[in-house]
Design a protein around this ligand. Structure first.
Ligand code: FMN
Length: 344
C-alpha cells in the first residue's frame, strides 16, 4: 500500500512537475525534496530476504542493487541508504574541490528505449578534505562505495589512503567521459597499470575499477589484464558513454540511461567469460526494470548499479528488483542471487 502510494507520488512529481522544469531547476527541486522527505521512516522501501544477500569480496550487501556514483551530499547519501539499495556509491572525489562545468551541464534525452541524460557535470565535488569531514558524520545503514579520481597514480593513492577508512569498497574511476581528467586513461594502459598498483598498495579494502564503454578493445586487451595483475577485486562496467550534444556547455558529455543497457549486458557476459569467477562484476548502465536487472545478473554480474532509473522510475525500483529476483529464485528452486549469476 505504502509502496503503491510512493509510486503514485513519484509519477506525479516526475511527470507532472520535474519533466516540465528546465533540467537544472528540476535537479534542485528533486534534491531539495529528497533531503526533506522522511524516507527513513518508511520501511516498505526495503525488502529483507536472505536470498538477496550478495558478497563482494567479503562485504555483505543485503541485496545486489547499488546506487551508482552521483551524490556527495551526506544527507542524500543517508536518504539513499534508506531507499532499499544494497549499497550506495559516492560522487567521484578529487584531491581539490572542483566547481564542475558551467550550466547547462545536464540535458534530458528521449530515445526509443526511454528517457536518459547527457551530462557534463565535470566532477563537481567538495574535494578530499571537506568530503572526509562530511563522511565522518554519515550513519552507515548500508555499505558505502567511495569513488575517486586523480590526475596521477600518486593522487589516486593519496585519495584512497585518506578515504579508505570510510569506505567498505573503493571505486577507482578511470572512465568519466566529461572531463579530461580521466577519460583518456583507458587509452594509456601503462598509466592505468601503475595507478592500479598504487591503489592496491594503499588499501586492503575491496577495490573495483569503473570502466568506460567507449574503449572496448583497450578494456579487453589491456585494462582487464592490468586489473587482474594488480590484484584488484572487481570491475564495474560501466560509466556513461561519450556523445556530442549542442545543448551542453562543453558541447559533449556522458550518455546515461536505457540506451546503454544492451551493450552493458553483452559486455558483462564477455567479461565473465574472460575473468571467470576471479573478479566480482557490477553491471551499470540503463538498468531501469527488474527484468533488466535479472538479465544483467544472468549474464554474469554479481550486482547491478543504477542512477538514471532512480530519477525516471523512482525510489521503489530497488525493492521491485528485489521482489523480481526472489520470484525468479523461487520459480527456479534456487537458494540465492549468486545461483542466478551466469544462468543466461
Ligand atoms: C549527472 C551525473 C553525474 C555523474 N557523476 C558520476 C561520477 O562522479 N562518477 C562516476 O563514476 N559516474 C558518474 N555518473 C555515471 C553514473 O554513475 C552511471 O555510471 C551512468 O549514469 C550509467 O548508469 P545509468 O544508466 O543507470 O544512469 C554520473 C551520471 C550522471 C547522470
Amino acid at each position: 500500500m505504502l509502496l503503491t502510494l510512493a509510486e503514485a507520488f513519484h509519477r506525479l512529481l516526475y511527470h507532472g512537475l520535474l519533466l516540465r522544469l528546465p533540467e537544472a531547476r528540476a535537479v534542485a527541486v528533486g534534491q531539495a525534496l529528497l533531503r526533506r522527505l522522511p524516507v527513513e521512516a518508511v520501511t516498505a522501501f526495503t525488502l529483507e530476504d536472505p536470498r538477496l544477500v550478495v558478497q563482494l569480496r567479503g562485504v555483505r550487501l543485503p541485496n545486489p542493487v547499488i546506487l551508482s556514483s552521483m551524490y556527495y551530499d551526506p544527507v542524500i547519501l543517508r536518504k539513499a541508504m534508506a531507499l532499499g539499495f544494497g549499497a550506495v556509491t559516492t560522487k567521484t572525489i578529487t584531491i581539490s574541490p572542483r566547481p564542475g562545468h558551467p550550466e547547462p551541464n545536464l540535458v534530458r534525452v528521449f530515445g526509443p528505449e526511454g528517457a536518459g541524460f547527457v551530462n557534463c557535470n565535470g566532477f563537481k565535488n567538495p574535494g578530499l578534505a571537506a568530503f572526509r569531514e562530511t563522511l565522518a558524520g554519515l550513519p552507515r545503514r548500508r555499505p558505502l562505495i567511495v569513488s575517486v579520481a586523480g590526475d596521477s597514480p600518486d593522487e589516486y593513492r593519496r585519495l584512497v589512503e585518506a578515504l579508505e577508512g570510510f569506505a567498505d569498497v573503493v571505486e577507482v574511476n578511470i572512465s568519466s567521459p566529461n572531463t579530461r581528467l580521466v577519460y583518456e586513461l583507458s587509452a594509456s594502459p601503462d598509466r592505468v597499470r601503475t595507478l592500479l598498483k598504487e591503489v592496491r598498495g594503499a588499501t586492503a579494502k575491496p577495490v573495483v575499477v569503473k570502466l568506460s564503454p567507449d574503449y572496448p578493445d583497450q578494456n579487453r586487451e589491456a585494462i582487464v589484464p592490468a586489473v587482474l595483475d594488480a590484484g584488484i577485486d572487481g570491475v564495474n562496467f560501466g560509466n556513461a558513454r561519450r556523445v556530442e550534444h549542442p545543448g551542453l556547455s562543453q558541447r559533449a558529455g556522458g550518455l546515461s540511461g536505457p540506451a546503454l543497457f544492451e551493450n552493458v549486458r553483452d559486455t558483462v557476459r564477455q567479461l565473465r567469460r574472460l575473468v571467470g569467477p576471479d573478479l566480482f562484476l557490477i553491471a551499470t548502465g540503463g538498468i531501469d526494470t527488474p527484468a533488466k536487472a535479472l538479465a544483467a545478473i544472468e549474464a554474469g554480474a554479481d550486482a547491478v548499479g543504477l542512477f538514471t532509473a532512480f530519477i525516471t522510475r523512482g525510489p521503489t525500483l530497488p525493492r521491485r528488483i528485489g521482489e523480481a529476483l526472489v520470484a525468479a529464485l523461487t520459480a527456479r528452486g534456487l537458494q540465492g542471487v549468486a545461483d542466478l549469476r551466469g544462468a543466461g
